[in-house]
Design a protein around this ligand. Structure first.
Ligand SMILES: [Zn+2]
Length: 399
């Protein structure tokens, strides 16, 4: 038997007036999703009292209850970038953001990537004023060719040191309202303000503005974390596996759980990601592994961007270009679990902690079709914690 997990990040939503009070999933015709209906239900992927996000939700889906295993998002991402923390060290996610007239307009610097992102960050890290402050904090920044970077520094009491705000939660707000709090607030705020001075007028940002793009002109630290450790997925379930995703968070969870990470060229976490490449990689991984996870970030990013049209498109692509080809492409008996890790609401442009719809397809059973959406899944089974989903997929007793 082979097992597939397809995560449409943030695709669940609430009814929307512009969609005749239907949710995006409900409003679309998604014939391949509808085939994933041998088991239907809702799952509480984010336990009550835990902040909803892909970090907490996906840990739980893989079987690691965030109330036990979650030490903060950035240590998972750091692991995904090959950066492992020493005891007493704390990691931060450092986003490149777009800020105009004191208001944060984008948590990803207008989705800056490649050489532009690297050059801006190298310019910043090399700036003498920034370097001096960073050295005082013993802060080192690991730069990536994306808007996502990782900072690591020594800090014995991260809880007192800072309270940080996820930038995607405060889009459109004055940054003043959301600057770092805590004993290190002054130092972190200074670093942010210096970054604006260094980056705002940088030639790369001048060019971006002239092309109608948002600048990537301020760093935003958030997602503080201590080192994370996870028990082996293989030992837990007796299944070997691989994870296919564009985002470091998934690579980190995979690495810490002992799952392989298969990188796919052109997989970028955006609407124009390489869907076909991901499917081909998944089918290939199943030749040597029992389990593969295909994660698609686009519905979440489009929800944060507040674009209903693009969110709908992302879900349609997931149906046509991922789930359809997977259902046809696997040549062994298999079960496929399809879900949204957490809802991301177009209305608020942020995550929500409500239960998500899920479905399981089983190639050994005869085909059926039931509309895959929040409403129909409500009528199915209820999984009260996300860590029961893998046993359900693997047809195992809960462990
Ligand atoms: Zn998100």
């Amino acid at each position: 038997m082979k097992y597939i997990l397809v995560i449409g990040d943030g695709m669940a939503d609430e009814p929307i007036a512009a969609l005749q009070n239907k949710t995006p999933l409900e409003s679309l015709s998604l014939p391949h999703f509808d085939r994933v209906s041998h088991v239907l239900g809702k799952a509480q992927t984010v336990p009550a009292g835990v902040a909803p996000g892909s970090d907490t939700a996906i840990l739980n889906i893989f079987g690691y209850d965030p109330r036990t295993y979650y030490t903060g998002r950035s240590s998972l991402e750091a692991a995904g970038m090959g950066v492992f923390l020493n005891p007493g060290e704390v990691s931060l996610r450092v986003n490149l953001c777009a800020v105009e007239e004191g208001v944060i307009l984008s948590h990803n610097g207008g989705n800056i990537e490649g050489e532009e992102a690297v050059t801006l960050m190298e310019t910043l890290v090399g700036d003498p004023r920034f370097a001096e402050k960073a050295e005082k904090l013993q802060l080192r920044i690991h730069i990536t060719p994306t808007f996502r970077h990782i900072g690591v520094f020594r800090c014995e009491d991260a809880q007192a040191a800072f309270t940080l705000t996820p930038p995607h939660d405060v889009l459109g707000d004055p940054i003043e309202k959301h600057l770092p709090q805590g004993t290190l607030s002054k130092e972190l705020t200074e670093l942010m303000l210096i970054s604006f001075e260094v980056l705002d007028s940088h030639p790369i940002n001048q060019t971006r503005r002239s092309e109608g793009k948002l600048p990537a002109n301020m760093i935003w630290p958030w997602a503080e974390a201590r080192a994370a450790q996870l028990p082996s997925f293989k030992e837990k379930y007796g299944k070997s596996g691989a994870v296919i995703s564009a985002v470091p968070l998934l690579h980190g969870i995979a690495g810490l759980a002992g799952l392989d990470v298969r990188m796919v060229e052109g997989a970028n976490g955006d609407l124009d990601t390489n869907y076909e490449g991901k499917v081909a990689a998944a089918v290939e991984q199943l030749q040597n592994h029992d389990f593969v996870c295909v994660h698609v970030e686009a519905p979440d990013e489009m929800s944060h961007a507040g674009s209903m049209e693009k969110k709908l498109k992302a879900i349609e692509y997931l149906n046509e270009r991922v789930v359809g080809p997977l259902l046809e492409g696997v040549k062994a008996d298999f079960r496929l679990l399809l879900l949204s890790d957490h809802p991301t609401l177009l209305a608020t442009r942020t995550h929500d902690g409500n239960a998500v719809p899920f479905g399981i397809y089983d190639s050994r059973e005869s085909e059926k079709a039931v509309k895959f959406c929040e409403k129909t899944c409500d009528a199915g089974i209820f999984v009260d914690n996300g860590d029961k989903l893998m046993p359900l997929l693997f047809e195992q007793e809960e462990n």
